[in-house]
Design a binder for this molecule. Sequence first.
Ligand SMILES: [Zn+2]
Length: 177
Amino acid sequence: MSENSSTDQLIQDLQASNKRYASENQGKLQKFVDGQKPKIAVLTCSDSRVIPEFIFGKSIGDLFIVRVAGNVAMDTSILSSLGYAVDHLNVDILIILGHTNCGAVCAAEASTDESNELLNEIRQSFPLHNNHFLSNIMRQLDMLPKRSKVISKAINEEKLHLVGAIYHLEDGVVKFL
Ligand SMILES: [Zn+2]
């Protein structure tokens, strides 16, 4: 009973917020109905504290974003999504945006469970840097072109800049690597 009513409340809140959003953004929404042409793709963490549009002051149509815990690009759906941004949307920049206090990185540090592929992937970055929030980004910068032909081709043809960045939860500052 209480669980249902709290779920109802959450959905009512979402509906009310969405109604406001729709009425406040009609002009912008109409501009992008027929397509998108973002210049920037972002691979970042699913963490609720990391919101690229807020962090970079962007809006509808500005950023093509792929989010996954630990911002790792290792499976085909993520690689294909980023490949689409590069090959079809022709983004100029692909940012791998990690963040401080990343729960996935902390879990990889704390766990010895080798059956978890996500944590294994993050752990493989650890020799690269003492700061594992950074090492995780560094490994993905290295691996992404090796795992995606579309991305390596675009980089080689100088159509795409692949850059790493870390978002500091403490003060909101992004530092590019
Ligand atoms: Zn994270």
